[in-house]
Design a binder for this molecule. Structure first.
Ligand SMILES: Nc1ncnc2c1ncn2[C@@H]1O[C@H](COP(=O)(O)OP(=O)(O)OP(=O)(O)O)[C@@H](O)[C@H]1O
Ligand SMILES: [Mg+2]
Length: 258
């Protein structure tokens, strides 16, 4: 038996009196695609913030590729193999598309600051390599031709895809996508779902996908966890989750309440 790439046990966090997440457990195997759904404020993004050490858990533990992530910096956790995109797009809007990817790649580079300033041969060699790698990554998203455009000038859907390319640039084993299809039209969304499948196979990564829209995750996720008020209220195959009355009630409750 292979051990899971991500192993989360009894994870929880409180904000003042609010239990934003409690008793969250998940094991993710290499190359799995897991959906994380639930109404607004359920705690989905909080899970990602905990997994990437943006938040410190109030309780529970996280093991990533066999290492306990407790006490690691955000940077160190990224280096041990987790990467994410954000619900609100975060790009360097004034920089070119390719520079956005190259900055993310930069973590893995070996030249010293002095070599960079003095433009020594190792710097040029790695610069050339990083340009080539960045272009390859952009090509996966059919964006290589946009390499020199300012990131902020891209249409919304392309900015979302660029964010995923940036996350992949850090060479993760687990990729966290926070509502990657938000703001996309139906055909962009379908294309994105196909791309997510493709990158899973191409890069051998596990993916956790947050989505509001259940129908959207149905086609792509092998299993789905449903959060409501910080608790897992259901999990299973898309089919099981879709027909679970507790889940239906949670979503109807949201419609009634908001
Ligand atoms: N830093 C914080 N300080 C205080 N409360 C927070 C903080 N982060 C999240 N919360 C609260 O925790 C709860 C879960 O928030 P979270 O952003 O994880 O929800 P979500 O499921 O991602 O919702 P949405 O679908 O709207 O993105 C919410 O009540 C939110 O207000
Ligand atoms: Mg969220």
């Amino acid at each position: 038996m292979m051990s899971p790439i991500l192993d989360v046990s009894h994870l929880g966090i409180d904000f003042g009196g609010l239990q934003a997440l409690d008793d969250f457990n998940i094991q993710v195997d290499a190359k799995e695609i897991v959906g994380l759904i639930g109404p607004n404020g359920a705690g989905k993004t909080t899970v990602f913030n905990l997994l990437t050490n943006v938040y410190k858990p109030s309780r529970g533990s996280i093991s990533l590729t066999g290492q306990d992530t407790r006490g690691k910096s955000i940077h160190a956790v990224t280096q041990s193999g987790i990467a994410r995109t954000f619900q609100n797009i975060r790009l360097f809007r004034d920089l070119s598309v390719i520079d956005n990817v190259k900055i993310a790649l930069h973590n893995g580079m070996k030249y010293t600051m002095a070599e960079a300033i003095l433009r020594l041969p190792r710097y040029w060699k790695q610069e050339k390599e990083s340009t080539a790698t960045a272009l390859k990554l952009l090509d996966v998203f059919n964006m290589a031709h946009l390499a020199n455009e300012p990131a902020g000038s891209l249409p919304y859907g392309s900015q979302r895809r660029l964010e995923i390319a940036r996350a992949l640039a850090t060479n993760p084993r687990v990729l966290l996508l926070d509502e990657p299809a938000a703001g996309m039209n139906p055909s962009e969304t379908q294309e994105l779902m196909d791309t997510i499948h493709h990158i899973r196979d191409m890069f051998d990564i596990a993916i956790i996908l947050i989505e509001h829209d259940m129908s959207l995750v149905m086609g792509i996720c092998e299993r789905i966890l449903v959060l409501n008020y910080g608790l897992i209220i259901a999990q299973g195959t898309p089919e099981e989750v879709r027909n679970n009355p507790v889940v239906i009630e949670a979503y109807l409750g949201q419609q009634r309440g908001e």
